[in-house]
Design a protein. Structure first.
Length: 341
């Protein structure tokens, strides 16, 4: 019995090392079988979008939630990955799977270069610089018609020779899980400790000997690389891309998911994506007001729920545990009285 308990405990620690709990594994299992049970192409497509944007929100939170840099140009790196994978497939016949990897590498290299140029600045100045660079990247994509076809759009070959969405769903599900696990492993390492120190108190981190610029650039590069890989997937999923993929509105959407989910949690952005993206589908008549809705939602969250959905979850868990403890104490007191009688 003790050996079984020991194995169970070790298994729990192993799972926890990668950021999973029994509840999250159960939710992941339900999500994985949901499209098979429902068999609805529209909802499956919505789930694909939710997972993709949720993964982007996790990578965005990796920077915003840990080193306090809001990458206002994040959609541009997503677009770089999309165009890289698309152009390699269209112009050179490169496999989309290799194209997605190449998109991540190029986006990461651009993030590395931008990090060297901007991350020595204070938080808000670095954030503004990322936005300016993103606007420049958008302009280049829109005007380099010979390469990108500009606003006419670039037709992209699919990942799978099928009209269904189920293959894309499981592909993005695996990519999302790998993104989460990878970010969690980094956050739980000594590198993650440095990130937290920088985010909590920059001056104290510098005084303790942490190379702040080095860790900021490392964090920023990883986040941009993830956006690039996801951008490659997006290009082959939708089949046609235009420069609008780099619009600031997409960055706003990802940022809202990150903040609503809970900054500094990683998983919060994914949960927000799974809740909000399908929910927005039922507000299609208000899509012109989407950014206004996102703005109002951000204000409400920052005023009333600054820790987001993750904070609400932790409060509920704390409340349940507190009640469970009180119930246990009362039961023990009652047993003691009975024993005394």
């Amino acid at each position: 019995m003790e050996k079984a308990e020991s194995s169970f405990t070790k298994g729990g620690r192993f799972i926890g090392k990668f950021g999973f709990t029994p509840l999250s594994i159960a939710m992941l299992f339900v999500l994985a079988i949901f499209p098979l049970v429902l068999q609805d192409e529209v909802i499956t497509r919505l789930l694909i979008s939710a997972l993709m944007l949720g993964a982007l929100a996790m990578a965005f939170d990796f920077t915003a939630g840990f080193i306090n840099i809001n990458n206002f140009g994040y959609a541009a790196f997503w677009g770089v990955g999309a165009y890289t994978s698309a152009l390699l497939a269209v112009k050179l016949g490169v496999s989309p799977w290799l194209g997605m990897l190449a998109g991540g590498i190029l986006a990461g290299l651009l993030g590395l270069g931008l990090g060297f140029l901007t991350l020595r600045l204070a938080g808000i100045f670095a954030s503004c610089m990322t936005w300016f660079v993103a606007l420049a990247m958008f302009a280049v994509t829109a005007n380099w018609v010979e390469l990108t076809r500009g606003t006419s759009g670039l037709s992209v070959p699919p990942l799978f020779n099928t009209t269904g969405n189920i293959e894309y769903f499981y592909t993005i599900l695996i990519m999302t899980v790998l993104t989460y696990v990878g970010l969690k492993v980094i956050i739980k390492s000594h590198i993650g400790t440095a990130f937290r120190a920088i985010g909590q108190d920059l001056q104290a981190a510098q005084a303790s000997g942490i190379n702040v610029t080095k860790y900021k650039i490392m964090n920023f590069t990883i986040s941009c690389a993830i956006a690039g890989v996801l951008g490659g997937f997006y290009a082959h999923f939708v089949g046609i891309i235009t420069p609008t993929v780099m619009n600031t509105s997409h960055t706003v959407e990802v940022m809202v998911l990150s903040f609503v989910g809970g900054r500094g949690t990683i998983w919060g952005g994914l949960i927000a994506g799974l809740v909000m993206i399908p929910g927005m589908e039922y507000l299609k008549g208000l899509m012109e007001l989407r950014l206004l809705i996102y703005g109002l939602l951000m204000i409400v969250v920052m005023i009333f729920f600054p820790s987001g959905l993750a904070g609400l979850y932790y409060k509920v868990v704390q409340f349940i545990r507190k009640n469970a403890t009180l119930t246990k104490v009362k039961k023990e007191e009652k047993d003691v009285r009975r024993a005394g009688l």
